[in-house]
Structure formats: C-alpha cells, structure tokens
Write a protein of this length. Sequence first.
Length: 287
Amino acid sequence: MSDESYESRIIDGKVLAQQVEEEVRSGVEDLESNRGIVPGLATILVGDDPASKMYVRLKHRACERVGIKAEDYLLPADATQEELLALIDSLNKNKDIHGILLQLPLPKHFSPQEAMEAISPAKDADGFHPYNMGKLMIGDEGLVPCTPHGVIRALEEYNVPVKGKNAVIVGHSNVVGKPMAAMLLNRNATVSVCHIFTDDLKKYTLGADILVVAAGVKHLIKADMVKEGVVIFDVGITKEEDGVYGDVDFENVVKKASLITPVPGGVGPLTVAMLMKHVLMCAQKSL
C-alpha cells in the first residue's frame, strides 16, 4: 500500500484533540471575560502508582493549554476510605472546583464505586456517576465517559454514518464498553457487545461496520477477523519493553480498514480533550 493511501486511513487523535482543546480554550476565555469564572478541576491521586501519576500529569498539562485551573490532591496509599470520602465532600462544597477526577485504580482496600458515587453528579468530569450513566441510558447525554465521547466526536468529524450500521464493541467495562454501546444505540446503530466470555468472537467482528476494541489484549483483533472497509477504534493499550501496542494488529488490519486509530496517538489524546470539555461544561452549568 502506498504511504498516501496508508495515511488517509489513519484517524489522527492528536489533531482532533487539538480542535476540541481550541473549542474549550475559547469557551474558558468567554466564561472568564463575561462571568469572571475560571473553570477548576480537582484531581485526586491515592498512592504513588507511576502510571497513575503520569496520567494525572497529562491531564494537568491539558488544563494549562486550555486555561483551566487544576488542583492536585494527593493521599498516601495507606489512607482510609473515610479520608478519601471526606476530601471528596470538601471538593463538592468548594465553589472554585467545577470538576472532580478520581484517578483509578485505587489501592485494594478502597471501594472505588463508593468513592465515585460520592462525587457530586454536577462535578463528575469523568461521567462515571450512576446519575449521569442513567441519563445516558435514556438518551440524555451530558457528562458521559470521556473515551466513548471521544469516539463519537471522531465519528462525527470523519462523517462516518452510524444509523443502521452494525457496531461491535469488544469489552463491556463501565468505562468504555457499556457507555459506548449506549451512545451508539442513541444514534440508531445495531450494537453487539462482546467480551472475554464471548463464543466465536470472529463471527461478530467480521460483521462490524464500526468496531470498538477495549479488551486490553495485545493484537487480539487480526486481519482475518474484520471485513474490508471497517472503521476501527482501538482503545486497548499494552506496554512492553519494546513499545506500546493496541488490541488490534495494526500493521495488517490497516490494509482492510477504511479508518483506524493508531496506538498511541489515537483515542488517548481525544479522551483527555473530552475531559477538558466536560470541566468547561461543569463550570457553565454552575452559573
């Protein structure tokens, strides 16, 4: 395949993320100049997991780029659930904080679900609160999980038809799979959700017009598992000594896909950009 045709198939998450960030930057400036409000994001990190620290840094850098004020709250790994809940309660009451992000995973002695539910739905920048998830299920998409929101934005930007199309999701997590299914159903796709217990995964993926893979299994999706012209979003990430890999065997699958996200540089930047968009939304609704 020529370099030109190869490049035309790549969904450039970095470019899309820059577009979203520019929109957010404009919205932040408007909010500050007209209402005197600077959107604020509080990030909570429990313990010192290196990957979690890196993800928090990426989010803070994005805040700097768009003009959002970011505050970092650190708790030691041996903190208690009660201490975490008390911190969340104080941030819920802080009028200068419009969005709250609890970086996961938490140390094993914590209850992440209880902590997520303690965050005010109005400040739920990640879109994980049951209230916001429930609104999503009835088609009221406000604060939704950032990664599926980013996938929808990419589908719109690349003019990919969704209505009536066969969409297959591999992975049924609360973070990606389930909300992704709801958002595609809201747009009248015909949705199949697969997971590690699915018999004959290939039978489903071969029929996909739109394929979203979020299983966390290196090169799970091979070229013989997809049809010509499929649109693929690779959400999975596996880190090894020699590099970072997605759930899709990119080098071979790209030859059959009409559009595909690379790993890295695909869904990841969009996810962070959508978080920025959500913080702005939280601040706008706080008026």
